[in-house]
Design a protein around this ligand. Sequence first.
Ligand SMILES: *Cc1c(COP(=O)(O)O)cnc(C)c1O
Length: 350
Amino acid sequence: MSKFLSDKFSSLSPYVPGEQPKDMQYIKLNTNESPFPPSQAVLSAAAQEAGKLQLYSDPDLTELLKTLAEVYGVETKNVIATNGSDEVLNFAFMAYTDKSHPAVFPNITYGFYSVFAKLHGSPYIEIPLKEDFSIDFKDYLNLNKTIFIANPNAPTGLTLSLDEIREILKSNPDNIVVIDEAYVDFGAESAVPLIKEFDNLLVTGTFSKSRSLAGARLGFGFASEKIIEDLNTIRFSTNPYNVNRMTLSAGVASLKDDGYNKKNAEKIINTRERVKAELEALGFYCLDSKANFIFAKKEGVSGKELYLGLKEKGVLVRHFDKEIIGDFLRITIGTDEQMDIFLSKLKELL
Ligand SMILES: *Cc1c(COP(=O)(O)O)cnc(C)c1O
């Protein structure tokens, strides 16, 4: 740290992304990317825009917002697009949390929430998951604080029902409730339709997981017109060109070709269920994940040792050095071929 850094950032510990090692070719099952490349239509759309990179991108995000609104059945005024969904989450923390609006989220969830809260100097409360690692929606009723819930949750993959989310929204009418749907396409129910009913709901989504565009950085949010206005105030106060030209055009093409993405999501769901059954046959305890990963542990086997053993054999999975979940591995679902290699390396280790 230099002597120049503002005091307000001196104790910040940044988010640590999953490792992207360059020392050898790994089977990468550690950052929940899609194992499938973007479709041909997306590649051509991005390549075409590359020839116009001397020009700024559209600050109004017109084509993309229009297409997102069509695909999700909302109006353009209810949509924002951002540089990954991390950016819309950052905007939400900036806009809706402070000393008088503390943030609330589960104690086991996406690691970025606490980082964003600290970045913006907002206090936050972490609510423990239940013994079975699920979220008890009753813990989030009448809180009078800004609520962040990933649905499906990460890294558990467990979901809340729309009825439960509705109860949370109803009982916190004076506070924003953010539902982070990064993994929704792998089997959870989307809360997007609820934005018509609730003016305190912000639903965020991403092209990084089910739409094979993690490297393009594209996320979005759906909410009431007023919330979208707030978020745009922040967007235009930080970077009006937050989504680059190639990504804007790739995003539109991806939505127009969404059948390709849906087919890939289905493949991943099928592979997930197959691998889960095989892990259970090996004595693993697996949570009922509705995401593109499995969260699993085996009694008497150290999660850390298993992670290190797999890494040595060329398979990367995610291990979290956090006490309650230290025995677990989070295994991203890859192609069937990748998962077969994972399973055979795992059997060798056991
Ligand atoms: C991956 C992920 C995101 C954000 O991903 P982006 O690549 O920034 O869109 C947000 N929330 C959760 C829970 C995630 O796992």
